[in-house]
Unconditional design. Structure first.
Length: 694
């Protein structure tokens, strides 16, 4: 045979299955019509290209001729890339949870009624043969096909029940007259402390994820408390200690940079080896902020390694960032990353190896299937003290050793790369690079972020609408809420690093589409899909953070920031409507909504917007000075005297002399400031007015 219909797709994940003996369809009307005409149930299989257990199930079942024959005979088979169609994935993950009373994951395996696409049975990974309490996939297929044909009335009743559950999922929002307050923000901080791991850092137990939005909430709480004169040292310590343990652990690629998706153990030692763009963007931003707050150069070093990994391995020649790097190489998870001790020793001189072995644990027993996955076991200070030298000398030797080991690793067969470009994930990396470039004073990162933003604008924004994915030289799939708001938020971060009036206009254009196409006009808040999107069995509107930060949370932050910057009260009102819609959910489960909790803080206690006009060199000195001071959501825009792309609302903040700063907090602006000491005094006055009412 010459493959199946997936050969015509551009998604790397779908193309991985194009030669399966399974007669796969992509998600399309042709598949639904065929299922109805032939009266066959649908198997919906959802995964993504760097998913280890997706590969296992594909090898065991979808490449098995006997299994494929049964699938083709009894079912219509649909394969979906969850990164291309997060709308479909989100709906059927929810259905899985309703049907099984357990959280889902990938691969997701769902059986649908062809008439209405409502699911009647769901699971995740199924082995080829019965194992670990799971049925064998071949047997399951036969039983499900039999059940479908013999129990139609039961299925119809179950489907009606499922439809009612989906209808009831719509949040009600706050009743008329009730007001929002900072209670969820403070409660989230305290609950996160109870879930913090004091020994190894991070939130929760194994498997342990980075949880960047939760760490950002803790960091902001620490800043908020400090500005109000009541330092919250535990919140700051939890954030910095968690980041420190993550970047010293095996979660971080000590040789090549970049963070893996999660750790299988509580110590951050052995990761699930796939690297996702959506983790690394937020972690890069946090690392840059951690360096600014603490002055610890290890945060800066890890931020640099992460940014350089992104530029080297994840950025396309055209500018957009790829999605993910697989966990597997040569069919084995982690093979690219782990080491034999002798292999390292033969490429380093005696002094380098002795230090390298002590630093990265080669003096200890092997920690990954008889080999070593590198993990920091001894600090630079401890190594220097034991050898009667300084940290600078130790660092120089270790950096030289790492360069040699990196060169050795580059000769290995690399893991697969998912080279599709996703708008929302690019937004997260653009923001991280813009922030790191500004705070670490590394113009290369800002330039890389600008290239990615240009790629999105030129290739994925067509006829006034954004597209979610780009692969095979084609933009596809109408964009989702997360795409619009992440790109708009990244644009704001980027124009802080370097003024660009056209980019500010683009952010406005995106937000206008969000308000027109995504807002729930009855209750407030934003649906995941546009109102002219393909009709599905449910239109999700979610507030909690998942693997990605909450789209509603990012929307509120962007609306609040743009609203204050441009004096647009309509944006501020939309932000409040969304917060009111989400507030009951936030009260019920505050630590599950860290992005919205941070957005709530920014809305209720907005920080300063500072516009600086004047000479470029002088403006840069003032911005560096401001970046080095404690801030909370402060935005600083340096607009050159000769800029001709200043929106009319900002045009009255005109140049005066060599330099001038305009400070606005919320809807109140102070007189222009031309002296740096006066600027300091104005900021101190603003900080003294901070309202900490935990």
């Amino acid at each position: 045979r010459n493959g199946n219909r997936l050969k015509k797709e551009s998604s790397p994940y779908l193309l991985q299955h194009a030669d399966n003996p399974v007669d796969w369809f992509p998600w399309c009307e042709e598949a639904f019509e065929t299922a109805r005409r032939e009266d066959k149930p649908i198997i919906l299989s959802i995964g993504y290209s760097s998913c280890h257990w997706c590969h296992v199930m594909a090898h065991e079942s979808f490449e098995n001729p006997d299994v494929a024959e049964l699938m083709n005979e009894e079912f219509i088979n649909i394969k979906v890339d969850r990164e291309e169609r997060p709308d479909v994935d989100r709906i059927y993950q929810t259905a899985h949870q309703i049907l099984t009373q357990r959280p889902g994951g990938w691969p997701l395996t769902v059986f649908l009624n062809p008439d209405d696409l409502v699911p009647f049975f769901a699971g995740t990974y199924f082995p080829a043969e019965p194992r670990h309490g799971l049925p064998g996939f071949h047997d399951l297929l036969q039983q499900t096909a039999d059940f479908y044909h013999r129990n139609r009335e039961d299925l119809i009743r179950q489907n009606r029940s499922m439809e009612r559950v989906f209808r009831d999922l719509k949040p009600e929002g706050l009743p008329e007259g009730a007001t929002i307050n900072l209670d969820p923000f403070f409660r989230a901080r305290h609950i996160l402390e109870t879930e913090f791991d004091p020994r190894y850092g991070g939130i929760g137990t194994a498997p342990k994820f980075p949880h960047a939005p939760a760490l950002e909430l803790l960091m902001l709480h620490a800043q908020y408390a400090k500005l109000a004169g009541d330092a919250d040292r535990p919140a700051e310590r939890m954030t910095l200690y968690s980041l420190k343990r993550m970047m010293e652990g095996g979660l971080f690629d000590q040789v090549g940079g970049g963070f893996c998706r999660y750790s299988v153990d509580a110590m951050w030692e052995i990761p699930h080896f796939e690297k996702m763009l959506y983790d690394n963007g937020p972690l890069l931003a946090l690392l840059a902020d951690a360096w600014r707050i603490s002055g610890d150069m290890e945060f800066a070093r890890t931020a640099h390694m992460t940014a350089r990994w992104a530029l080297r391995e994840m950025q396309s020649d055209a500018g957009g960032f790829y999605s993910a790097i697989d966990a597997d190489s040569e069919g084995t998870e982690g093979k690219f990353y782990v080491w034999d001790k002798n292999e390292i020793q033969q490429h380093l001189d005696a002094k380098e190896f002795e230090l390298f072995a002590a630093r990265y644990g080669l003096v200890r027993p092997a920690n990954f299937e008889g080999k070593w996955h590198l993990h920091v076991y001894e600090s630079l200070e401890s190594l220097a003290k034991a050898r009667d030298t300084d940290v600078k000398n130790i660092t120089k030797i270790l950096d030289r050793a790492l360069e040699k080991i990196y060169a050795v690793r580059e000769k290995r067969v690399p893991p697969g790369k998912d080279d599709k470009i996703l708008a929302s994930w690019n937004g997260l990396m653009i923001r991280g690079l813009a922030m790191a470039g500004r705070l670490l004073q590394e113009p290369e990162y800002v330039e890389a972020a600008k290239r990615a933003m240009r790629f999105i604008h030129e290739n994925m924004f067509k006829d006034g609408r954004l597209y979610a994915t780009y692969s095979g030289n084609e933009a596809r799939h109408p964009a989702y809420l997360d795409d619009y708001v992440q790109i708009a938020g990244a644009a704001l971060e980027l124009i802080e690093a370097e003024w660009d009036g056209a980019l500010l206009s683009f952010a406005e254009e995106l937000i206008e589409i969000v308000l027109d196409q995504f807002e729930d006009s009855e209750i407030g808040g934003f649906f995941f899909t546009a109102k002219d999107h393909e009709s599905l069995i449910h239109r999700p509107k979610t507030f909690a953070d998942e693997s990605m930060p909450s789209g509603n949370g990012i929307a509120v932050r962007v609306l609040t920031r743009l609203g204050h910057l441009l004096g647009n009260t309509g944006y501020l009102q939309a932000a409040e409507r969304a917060l009111r819609a989400a507030f009951p959910s936030m009260l019920k489960f505050p630590h599950g909504h860290p992005t919205l909790c941070v957005a709530l803080l920014e809305y209720l206690d907005p920080s300063e917007n500072i516009v600086i006009r004047g000479d470029k060199k002088l403006m840069k000195r003032w911005q560096d000075f401001l970046d080095g001071r404690l801030y909370l959501g402060r935005m600083v825009f340096c607009i050159p005297t000769d800029a001709d792309d200043v929106p009319s609302i900002l045009a009255d903040k005109s140049p005066r002399g060599d330099i001038v700063a305009y400070i606005c907090k919320g809807t109140t602006c102070s007189p222009p400031v031309q002296d740096r000491n006066e600027l300091i005094e104005r900021l101190n006055d603003s900080h003294r007015q901070a309202n900490l009412s935990a």
